[in-house]
Design a protein around this ligand. Structure first.
Ligand SMILES: [Zn+2]
Length: 345
């Protein structure tokens, strides 16, 4: 059978559905590709852009796209003039209407070399309402030979009118096992990491929470070191509530939490995630999807010395602190309240 979208891992049903649509010239003119950061949205968008323009598209002995013809090479290597990507300016929180209008104008110009001009909008959930409305016109009445792909991490902020004029394509979330297998197959560095630091390798994969792109970033030495420190902080707080621990342990563990509001929010979120996993593993054992703990066994070992009632209390106390932090409470005061409440838990 012909291989479709070879650069994208997994997502088999999606790949064959879109591949069939391309081969029978039934691909809709606008797609909404939805998945978390690092889930492969951009890879998929490039694969589609190449597939509809590939010079060997009609050749069933080549993969789709072939990755070898001049057009494929330019699409993946940059320099394909009929491929346009709209990205958020990093210094801004949103994508405003002006770049969308400019992109819209361009859609009505004829193609230079493509069979189908391609427009990719990254972070589409960051488009302002005005920008989305500007886009709506071309989604309703698309110019000939134009494909628009909106890539979003969640679609809550996307207007219903946009959603109804685009085909929705959700990206798959992978199990830790699948991610590990993929990394080892495609990345020599991953194999080395697994050999020198098997624990760090597993932790990085679990921390990626189902996202292959993120897992690739997390196996670097700097990331592994950072994750190890953050985990130690989180585990110190959980362990300080175990049998035989004193107020001193709680105080020391809370004292290590970051004082900066945004960093504290992330640390508290991680703590809530870890405690939630301990509670779930306590109830359901195997089969719980884990992102803080590497394995059910690890979670069981950590949870052993803390009663379930205490874990629930811990969860509530931490989520209250998280809430206060987001309401701009003074972080030093918040942390001392946290220590006091944990002591009484
Ligand atoms: Zn090609």
């Amino acid at each position: 059978m012909r291989e479709i979208f070879p650069a994208l891992f997994g997502n088999e049903a999606t790949k064959s559905r879109i591949g069939d649509a391309i081969l029978s010239s039934r691909l809709p003119h606008a797609l909404l590709i939805d998945g978390q950061e690092g889930s492969g949205k951009y890879t998929l968008a490039l694969e589609i852009a190449a597939a509809i323009n590939c010079e060997r598209r009609g050749d069933p002995t080549a993969s789709l796209p072939c990755h070898g013809c001049p057009r494929c090479k330019r699409i993946f290597g940059g320099g394909f003039v009929d491929l346009h990507t709209l990205e958020r300016d990093e210094s801004r929180a949103t994508i405003g209407v002006d770049p969308v209008k400019e992109m819209r104008r361009d859609m009505f110009l004829s193609a230079t070399e493509a069979d189908c001009k391609v427009y990719i909008v990254r972070d589409a959930e960051k488009l302002t309402t005005e920008a989305q409305n500007a886009l709506l016109i071309v989604l309703e009445e698309p110019p000939e030979g134009v494909l628009i792909m909106l890539l979003a991490s969640g679609t809550d902020k996307i207007l219903t009118t946009i959603k109804s004029r685009t085909q929705y394509i959700p990206m798959a979330r992978f199990s830790n096992g699948e991610i590990g297998e993929y990394l080892l197959k495609t990345d020599k560095e991953a194999e080395r990491v697994r050999n020198v630091d098997p624990e760090g390798f597993d932790i990085a994969i679990a921390s990626a929470d189902g996202r292959i792109g993120l897992a690739k970033e997390l196996i670097t030495p700097e990331s592994r070191e950072r994750i190890a420190e953050e985990r130690a902080e989180t585990l110190a707080i959980i362990n300080s509530l175990g049998r035989g621990k004193s107020y001193r342990d709680i105080y020391a563990a809370v004292g290590d939490l970051p004082k900066k509001r945004t960093e504290l929010a992330v640390a508290l979120e991680r703590l809530m995630q870890a405690v939630a996993e301990l509670i779930k593993v306590g109830y359901s054992g195997d089969g719980v999807s884990l992102s803080f703990f590497r394995s059910t066994e690890e979670a069981e070992t950590v949870g052993e010395s803390i009663s379930r009632a205490k874990l629930f209390k811990l969860y509530d106390i931490v989520s209250r602190a998280y809430d206060d932090n987001s309401k701009n409470a003074n972080t030093a005061a918040l942390l001392s309240t946290l220590s006091a409440e944990l002591r009484m838990a």
